[in-house]
Design a protein around this ligand. Structure first.
Ligand code: ATP
Ligand code: MG
Length: 384
Protein backbone atom coordinates (compact mmCIF):
# COMPACT_ATOMS: atom_id res chain seq x y z
CA UNK A 1 0.00 0.00 0.00
CA UNK A 2 1.44 3.39 -0.94
CA UNK A 3 1.57 6.38 1.41
CA UNK A 4 -1.15 7.99 -0.66
CA UNK A 5 -3.40 4.89 -0.35
CA UNK A 6 -2.83 4.91 3.40
CA UNK A 7 -3.72 8.61 3.63
CA UNK A 8 -6.90 7.97 1.68
CA UNK A 9 -7.81 4.87 3.67
CA UNK A 10 -7.49 6.71 7.00
CA UNK A 11 -9.51 9.64 5.68
CA UNK A 12 -12.31 7.27 4.61
CA UNK A 13 -12.21 5.54 7.98
CA UNK A 14 -12.40 8.96 9.65
CA UNK A 15 -15.44 9.89 7.57
CA UNK A 16 -17.14 6.62 8.47
CA UNK A 17 -16.48 7.06 12.20
CA UNK A 18 -17.69 10.68 12.04
CA UNK A 19 -20.95 9.59 10.39
CA UNK A 20 -21.47 7.06 13.15
CA UNK A 21 -20.93 9.80 15.73
CA UNK A 22 -17.59 8.31 16.91
CA UNK A 23 -15.82 11.65 16.90
CA UNK A 24 -12.72 10.72 18.93
CA UNK A 25 -12.10 7.74 16.69
CA UNK A 26 -12.64 9.90 13.59
CA UNK A 27 -10.09 12.43 14.82
CA UNK A 28 -7.48 9.69 15.29
CA UNK A 29 -8.00 8.46 11.73
CA UNK A 30 -7.83 11.96 10.28
CA UNK A 31 -4.54 12.61 12.13
CA UNK A 32 -3.14 9.39 10.66
CA UNK A 33 -4.20 10.57 7.22
CA UNK A 34 -2.46 13.92 7.78
CA UNK A 35 0.68 12.07 8.88
CA UNK A 36 0.96 10.29 5.52
CA UNK A 37 0.03 13.38 3.53
CA UNK A 38 2.77 15.31 5.35
CA UNK A 39 5.33 12.64 4.43
CA UNK A 40 4.25 13.00 0.79
CA UNK A 41 4.36 16.81 0.93
CA UNK A 42 7.86 16.83 2.40
CA UNK A 43 9.05 14.36 -0.17
CA UNK A 44 7.84 16.40 -3.13
CA UNK A 45 8.38 19.84 -4.62
CA UNK A 46 5.91 22.51 -5.80
CA UNK A 47 3.52 22.39 -7.51
CA UNK A 48 2.88 18.72 -6.43
CA UNK A 49 3.68 19.49 -2.78
CA UNK A 50 1.09 22.31 -2.92
CA UNK A 51 -1.56 19.74 -3.78
CA UNK A 52 -0.62 17.66 -0.76
CA UNK A 53 -0.75 20.79 1.41
CA UNK A 54 -4.28 21.43 0.15
CA UNK A 55 -5.25 17.89 1.08
CA UNK A 56 -3.75 18.34 4.54
CA UNK A 57 -5.77 21.53 5.00
CA UNK A 58 -8.93 19.76 3.88
CA UNK A 59 -8.48 16.93 6.41
CA UNK A 60 -7.59 19.45 9.15
CA UNK A 61 -10.83 21.19 8.30
CA UNK A 62 -12.70 17.93 8.85
CA UNK A 63 -11.18 17.74 12.33
CA UNK A 64 -12.40 21.27 13.06
CA UNK A 65 -15.88 20.35 11.87
CA UNK A 66 -15.90 17.44 14.30
CA UNK A 67 -15.57 19.89 17.17
CA UNK A 68 -18.74 21.70 16.06
CA UNK A 69 -20.64 18.48 15.71
CA UNK A 70 -19.57 17.27 19.11
CA UNK A 71 -20.89 20.43 20.70
CA UNK A 72 -24.15 20.17 18.79
CA UNK A 73 -24.70 16.56 19.81
CA UNK A 74 -23.96 17.50 23.40
CA UNK A 75 -22.35 14.16 24.17
CA UNK A 76 -20.37 14.24 27.36
CA UNK A 77 -17.14 12.26 27.57
CA UNK A 78 -16.84 9.24 29.79
CA UNK A 79 -20.35 7.84 29.55
CA UNK A 80 -20.34 4.10 30.23
CA UNK A 81 -22.35 1.80 27.97
CA UNK A 82 -25.34 -0.29 29.01
CA UNK A 83 -25.92 -2.51 26.02
CA UNK A 84 -25.66 -0.28 23.00
CA UNK A 85 -26.80 2.81 24.89
CA UNK A 86 -24.59 5.36 26.53
CA UNK A 87 -25.86 6.19 30.00
CA UNK A 88 -24.57 9.38 31.61
CA UNK A 89 -22.94 8.83 34.98
CA UNK A 90 -25.10 11.55 36.54
CA UNK A 91 -28.41 10.12 35.28
CA UNK A 92 -30.99 10.32 38.09
CA UNK A 93 -31.90 6.90 39.53
CA UNK A 94 -35.60 7.16 38.58
CA UNK A 95 -34.71 7.70 34.92
CA UNK A 96 -33.14 4.26 34.66
CA UNK A 97 -36.57 2.63 35.17
CA UNK A 98 -37.93 4.49 32.16
CA UNK A 99 -35.32 3.31 29.68
CA UNK A 100 -36.27 0.42 27.42
CA UNK A 101 -33.30 -1.84 26.88
CA UNK A 102 -33.71 -4.54 24.29
CA UNK A 103 -31.70 -6.56 21.86
CA UNK A 104 -34.58 -6.85 19.39
CA UNK A 105 -34.36 -5.00 16.10
CA UNK A 106 -36.34 -4.44 12.91
CA UNK A 107 -35.74 -8.01 11.73
CA UNK A 108 -38.09 -9.09 14.52
CA UNK A 109 -40.96 -7.08 13.06
CA UNK A 110 -43.27 -8.28 10.32
CA UNK A 111 -44.47 -5.60 7.91
CA UNK A 112 -44.83 -1.93 8.97
CA UNK A 113 -42.40 -0.87 6.24
CA UNK A 114 -43.64 2.76 6.06
CA UNK A 115 -43.15 3.21 9.75
CA UNK A 116 -39.71 1.60 9.70
CA UNK A 117 -38.66 3.83 6.84
CA UNK A 118 -39.91 7.01 8.59
CA UNK A 119 -37.97 6.06 11.70
CA UNK A 120 -34.91 5.21 9.62
CA UNK A 121 -34.99 8.60 7.96
CA UNK A 122 -35.52 10.46 11.19
CA UNK A 123 -33.03 8.61 13.34
CA UNK A 124 -30.47 7.14 11.04
CA UNK A 125 -29.93 9.76 8.35
CA UNK A 126 -28.55 12.44 10.67
CA UNK A 127 -26.11 9.87 12.06
CA UNK A 128 -25.19 8.39 8.70
CA UNK A 129 -25.03 11.51 6.58
CA UNK A 130 -24.22 14.46 8.89
CA UNK A 131 -22.65 16.50 6.09
CA UNK A 132 -25.60 16.06 3.76
CA UNK A 133 -28.05 16.80 6.58
CA UNK A 134 -26.28 20.12 7.13
CA UNK A 135 -25.91 20.81 3.43
CA UNK A 136 -29.60 20.36 2.63
CA UNK A 137 -31.12 21.28 5.96
CA UNK A 138 -32.67 17.81 6.07
CA UNK A 139 -35.53 17.64 8.54
CA UNK A 140 -36.91 14.44 10.04
CA UNK A 141 -39.89 14.29 12.36
CA UNK A 142 -40.02 15.54 15.96
CA UNK A 143 -43.46 14.23 16.80
CA UNK A 144 -45.07 11.07 15.46
CA UNK A 145 -48.45 9.61 16.41
CA UNK A 146 -48.96 5.93 15.66
CA UNK A 147 -52.55 4.77 15.69
CA UNK A 148 -54.32 1.58 14.80
CA UNK A 149 -56.11 -1.46 16.18
CA UNK A 150 -54.77 -3.36 19.20
CA UNK A 151 -52.07 -5.98 18.78
CA UNK A 152 -50.58 -4.79 15.51
CA UNK A 153 -47.17 -3.74 16.82
CA UNK A 154 -47.22 -0.12 17.99
CA UNK A 155 -45.52 -0.84 21.30
CA UNK A 156 -43.45 -3.68 19.89
CA UNK A 157 -42.07 -1.55 17.07
CA UNK A 158 -40.72 1.01 19.50
CA UNK A 159 -39.10 -1.69 21.61
CA UNK A 160 -37.32 -2.91 18.47
CA UNK A 161 -36.32 0.63 17.48
CA UNK A 162 -34.03 0.86 20.50
CA UNK A 163 -32.13 -2.24 19.42
CA UNK A 164 -32.12 -1.22 15.75
CA UNK A 165 -30.49 2.16 16.22
CA UNK A 166 -28.94 2.01 19.68
CA UNK A 167 -30.95 5.11 20.57
CA UNK A 168 -32.31 5.22 24.12
CA UNK A 169 -36.08 4.99 24.39
CA UNK A 170 -37.57 6.71 27.42
CA UNK A 171 -40.94 5.08 27.74
CA UNK A 172 -43.87 6.44 29.66
CA UNK A 173 -47.02 4.36 30.18
CA UNK A 174 -50.36 5.62 31.51
CA UNK A 175 -49.74 3.80 34.79
CA UNK A 176 -46.68 5.99 35.46
CA UNK A 177 -48.62 9.13 34.64
CA UNK A 178 -52.06 8.66 36.08
CA UNK A 179 -51.85 9.71 39.66
CA UNK A 180 -54.45 10.66 42.19
CA UNK A 181 -52.66 13.85 43.22
CA UNK A 182 -53.40 16.84 41.06
CA UNK A 183 -50.32 18.03 39.27
CA UNK A 184 -48.32 14.84 39.84
CA UNK A 185 -49.15 13.49 36.38
CA UNK A 186 -47.91 16.59 34.60
CA UNK A 187 -44.77 16.39 36.75
CA UNK A 188 -44.16 12.83 35.53
CA UNK A 189 -44.22 14.07 31.92
CA UNK A 190 -41.78 16.84 32.73
CA UNK A 191 -39.43 14.39 34.50
CA UNK A 192 -39.54 12.07 31.49
CA UNK A 193 -38.35 14.81 29.16
CA UNK A 194 -35.70 15.77 31.67
CA UNK A 195 -34.41 12.19 31.60
CA UNK A 196 -34.50 12.25 27.81
CA UNK A 197 -32.42 15.41 27.74
CA UNK A 198 -29.73 13.63 29.80
CA UNK A 199 -29.66 10.84 27.24
CA UNK A 200 -30.25 12.83 24.05
CA UNK A 201 -30.27 12.01 21.21
CA UNK A 202 -33.23 9.99 22.47
CA UNK A 203 -36.83 9.00 21.81
CA UNK A 204 -39.62 9.72 24.26
CA UNK A 205 -42.34 7.11 23.84
CA UNK A 206 -45.78 8.00 25.17
CA UNK A 207 -47.63 4.70 24.99
CA UNK A 208 -51.44 4.68 25.05
CA UNK A 209 -51.30 8.45 25.15
CA UNK A 210 -55.09 8.87 25.15
CA UNK A 211 -55.23 7.25 28.59
CA UNK A 212 -52.67 9.72 29.95
CA UNK A 213 -54.83 12.64 28.97
CA UNK A 214 -57.68 11.75 31.30
CA UNK A 215 -57.76 11.85 35.08
CA UNK A 216 -57.60 8.50 36.83
CA UNK A 217 -60.72 9.29 38.88
CA UNK A 218 -62.68 9.67 35.58
CA UNK A 219 -63.38 13.30 36.35
CA UNK A 220 -62.58 14.15 32.73
CA UNK A 221 -59.69 15.52 30.78
CA UNK A 222 -56.47 16.17 32.67
CA UNK A 223 -55.73 19.56 31.13
CA UNK A 224 -52.40 19.84 32.96
CA UNK A 225 -51.05 16.71 31.28
CA UNK A 226 -52.15 17.88 27.82
CA UNK A 227 -50.60 21.26 28.37
CA UNK A 228 -47.36 19.77 29.74
CA UNK A 229 -46.97 17.50 26.70
CA UNK A 230 -47.60 20.46 24.41
CA UNK A 231 -45.07 22.53 26.28
CA UNK A 232 -42.44 19.81 25.98
CA UNK A 233 -43.15 19.36 22.28
CA UNK A 234 -42.88 23.08 21.64
CA UNK A 235 -39.53 23.10 23.43
CA UNK A 236 -38.17 20.78 20.80
CA UNK A 237 -36.86 22.90 17.99
CA UNK A 238 -35.18 21.76 14.83
CA UNK A 239 -35.98 18.29 13.67
CA UNK A 240 -33.03 16.07 12.94
CA UNK A 241 -31.89 14.10 15.95
CA UNK A 242 -28.28 15.09 15.71
CA UNK A 243 -28.32 18.55 14.22
CA UNK A 244 -31.20 19.82 16.31
CA UNK A 245 -30.55 21.77 19.50
CA UNK A 246 -32.75 19.42 21.51
CA UNK A 247 -32.27 16.05 19.85
CA UNK A 248 -35.39 14.34 21.15
CA UNK A 249 -38.15 12.72 19.11
CA UNK A 250 -41.55 12.12 20.66
CA UNK A 251 -43.46 9.09 19.48
CA UNK A 252 -46.94 8.53 20.84
CA UNK A 253 -49.18 5.49 20.35
CA UNK A 254 -52.93 5.19 20.59
CA UNK A 255 -55.74 2.89 19.65
CA UNK A 256 -58.32 5.60 20.39
CA UNK A 257 -56.75 8.58 18.59
CA UNK A 258 -60.09 10.44 18.43
CA UNK A 259 -59.87 10.89 22.21
CA UNK A 260 -56.68 12.95 21.86
CA UNK A 261 -56.98 16.73 22.07
CA UNK A 262 -56.75 18.00 18.47
CA UNK A 263 -54.36 20.73 19.61
CA UNK A 264 -51.72 18.03 20.16
CA UNK A 265 -52.02 16.76 16.61
CA UNK A 266 -50.52 19.61 14.66
CA UNK A 267 -47.36 20.29 12.68
CA UNK A 268 -44.59 20.98 15.16
CA UNK A 269 -46.33 18.81 17.77
CA UNK A 270 -47.43 15.25 16.93
CA UNK A 271 -47.33 16.31 13.30
CA UNK A 272 -46.80 12.99 11.56
CA UNK A 273 -49.68 10.53 11.77
CA UNK A 274 -48.89 6.93 10.91
CA UNK A 275 -51.46 4.16 10.73
CA UNK A 276 -50.30 0.78 12.03
CA UNK A 277 -52.49 -1.68 10.13
CA UNK A 278 -53.26 -5.36 10.67
CA UNK A 279 -50.69 -7.56 8.93
CA UNK A 280 -51.10 -8.05 5.17
CA UNK A 281 -50.36 -11.32 3.35
CA UNK A 282 -46.59 -10.83 3.30
CA UNK A 283 -46.47 -9.71 6.94
CA UNK A 284 -48.59 -12.67 8.08
CA UNK A 285 -46.16 -15.08 6.36
CA UNK A 286 -43.26 -13.34 8.10
CA UNK A 287 -45.08 -13.57 11.46
CA UNK A 288 -45.38 -17.37 11.10
CA UNK A 289 -41.71 -17.52 10.13
CA UNK A 290 -40.66 -15.36 13.09
CA UNK A 291 -42.70 -17.19 15.71
CA UNK A 292 -42.19 -20.77 14.41
CA UNK A 293 -38.95 -20.53 12.43
CA UNK A 294 -36.56 -20.78 15.39
CA UNK A 295 -38.31 -23.79 16.97
CA UNK A 296 -38.21 -27.43 15.86
CA UNK A 297 -40.74 -27.69 13.03
CA UNK A 298 -41.46 -30.18 10.28
CA UNK A 299 -39.72 -29.55 6.98
CA UNK A 300 -41.74 -27.97 4.20
CA UNK A 301 -44.36 -26.08 6.23
CA UNK A 302 -46.25 -24.01 3.63
CA UNK A 303 -45.99 -20.54 5.19
CA UNK A 304 -47.70 -19.00 2.14
CA UNK A 305 -50.69 -21.26 2.72
CA UNK A 306 -50.82 -20.32 6.42
CA UNK A 307 -50.77 -16.67 5.43
CA UNK A 308 -53.66 -17.31 3.04
CA UNK A 309 -55.64 -19.15 5.72
CA UNK A 310 -55.31 -16.12 7.98
CA UNK A 311 -56.63 -13.62 5.37
CA UNK A 312 -59.47 -11.29 6.37
CA UNK A 313 -62.77 -13.17 6.44
CA UNK A 314 -64.45 -12.62 3.08
CA UNK A 315 -68.01 -12.42 4.34
CA UNK A 316 -67.61 -10.60 7.68
CA UNK A 317 -64.44 -8.57 7.01
CA UNK A 318 -62.94 -9.42 10.42
CA UNK A 319 -59.12 -9.70 10.45
CA UNK A 320 -56.33 -11.28 12.44
CA UNK A 321 -53.97 -8.94 14.28
CA UNK A 322 -50.23 -9.65 14.51
CA UNK A 323 -50.79 -10.57 18.16
CA UNK A 324 -53.49 -13.11 17.06
CA UNK A 325 -50.96 -14.80 14.76
CA UNK A 326 -48.31 -14.74 17.45
CA UNK A 327 -50.93 -16.41 19.72
CA UNK A 328 -51.64 -19.14 17.12
CA UNK A 329 -47.91 -19.89 16.95
CA UNK A 330 -47.62 -19.89 20.73
CA UNK A 331 -50.47 -22.43 21.01
CA UNK A 332 -48.75 -24.70 18.47
CA UNK A 333 -45.43 -24.42 20.34
CA UNK A 334 -47.18 -25.19 23.64
CA UNK A 335 -48.83 -28.24 22.13
CA UNK A 336 -45.46 -29.51 20.93
CA UNK A 337 -44.02 -28.84 24.38
CA UNK A 338 -46.80 -30.87 26.07
CA UNK A 339 -46.24 -33.81 23.71
CA UNK A 340 -42.49 -33.67 24.30
CA UNK A 341 -43.06 -33.50 28.07
CA UNK A 342 -45.27 -36.59 27.91
CA UNK A 343 -42.38 -38.50 26.40
CA UNK A 344 -43.33 -38.61 22.71
CA UNK A 345 -40.19 -38.71 20.65
CA UNK A 346 -39.11 -36.54 17.72
CA UNK A 347 -41.84 -33.97 18.26
CA UNK A 348 -41.89 -31.05 15.85
CA UNK A 349 -44.42 -28.29 15.20
CA UNK A 350 -46.46 -29.39 12.21
CA UNK A 351 -48.49 -27.48 9.65
CA UNK A 352 -51.56 -29.41 10.82
CA UNK A 353 -51.04 -28.13 14.41
CA UNK A 354 -50.84 -24.57 13.10
CA UNK A 355 -53.95 -25.03 10.94
CA UNK A 356 -55.82 -26.41 13.97
CA UNK A 357 -54.90 -23.38 16.10
CA UNK A 358 -55.86 -21.04 13.26
CA UNK A 359 -59.33 -22.66 13.28
CA UNK A 360 -59.54 -22.28 17.07
CA UNK A 361 -58.51 -18.60 17.13
CA UNK A 362 -61.00 -15.86 16.30
CA UNK A 363 -60.09 -12.80 14.26
CA UNK A 364 -59.98 -9.89 16.69
CA UNK A 365 -60.24 -6.83 14.44
CA UNK A 366 -63.59 -5.76 13.04
CA UNK A 367 -64.17 -3.86 9.77
CA UNK A 368 -65.84 -1.12 11.82
CA UNK A 369 -62.59 -0.57 13.75
CA UNK A 370 -60.59 -0.21 10.52
CA UNK A 371 -63.15 2.25 9.14
CA UNK A 372 -62.98 4.34 12.33
CA UNK A 373 -59.17 4.69 12.05
CA UNK A 374 -59.32 5.58 8.36
CA UNK A 375 -62.10 8.13 8.88
CA UNK A 376 -60.27 9.72 11.80
CA UNK A 377 -56.99 9.95 9.87
CA UNK A 378 -58.71 11.55 6.88
CA UNK A 379 -60.41 14.11 9.12
CA UNK A 380 -57.16 14.89 10.94
CA UNK A 381 -55.14 15.33 7.76
CA UNK A 382 -57.78 17.68 6.39
CA UNK A 383 -57.65 19.90 9.47
CA UNK A 384 -53.82 20.05 9.61
N1 ATP B 1 -45.54 -6.36 13.34
C1 ATP B 1 -45.26 -7.28 14.24
N2 ATP B 1 -44.26 -8.15 14.06
C2 ATP B 1 -43.97 -9.10 14.97
N3 ATP B 1 -44.67 -9.27 16.10
C3 ATP B 1 -45.69 -8.44 16.34
C4 ATP B 1 -46.04 -7.40 15.44
N4 ATP B 1 -47.08 -6.71 15.94
C5 ATP B 1 -47.38 -7.28 17.11
N5 ATP B 1 -46.57 -8.34 17.37
C6 ATP B 1 -46.63 -9.23 18.52
O1 ATP B 1 -47.84 -8.95 19.20
C7 ATP B 1 -47.59 -8.47 20.52
C8 ATP B 1 -48.56 -7.33 20.83
O2 ATP B 1 -48.27 -6.21 19.99
P1 ATP B 1 -48.20 -4.71 20.54
O3 ATP B 1 -48.31 -4.73 22.03
O4 ATP B 1 -47.06 -4.04 19.96
O5 ATP B 1 -49.55 -4.14 19.94
P2 ATP B 1 -50.10 -2.64 20.04
O6 ATP B 1 -50.35 -2.20 18.65
O7 ATP B 1 -49.20 -1.83 20.88
O8 ATP B 1 -51.50 -2.88 20.76
P3 ATP B 1 -52.32 -1.88 21.73
O9 ATP B 1 -52.97 -0.88 20.84
O10 ATP B 1 -53.30 -2.79 22.38
O11 ATP B 1 -51.36 -1.28 22.69
C9 ATP B 1 -46.13 -8.04 20.51
O12 ATP B 1 -45.56 -8.16 21.79
C10 ATP B 1 -45.50 -8.97 19.51
O13 ATP B 1 -45.18 -10.21 20.11
MG1 MG C 1 -49.41 -0.99 22.77
Amino acid sequence: MTEFDKAKMFKDKGNKAAKEGKFEEAKKYYLESIKYLTILRNRTKPPISNNYQMMIDAVANLINKLKDKKEKVGKKPGKPYIGKIKIPINLPENCKDLIILTNRDFDDIAGLDDLKSTLKKTIEYPLKYPDKVDKWGFEGETGILMHGPPGCGKTFLIECTGGEFGVPIISLTPDCVMDKYVGESAKAIKETYKCASFLAPAIVFLDEIERMLFSSDSSGVNAQVTSQIMQQLSGITGTALVSSETPIITIAASNHPWKIDAALIRRGRLGKIIYVPPPDKKARKKLFEIYIGDYPHEKGIDFDKLSELTSPDKSSGWQYSAADISHICKEARNEAFELDKEGHSNITITEEMLRKHIRKTNRSISPKQIKDYNDWENRSNESM
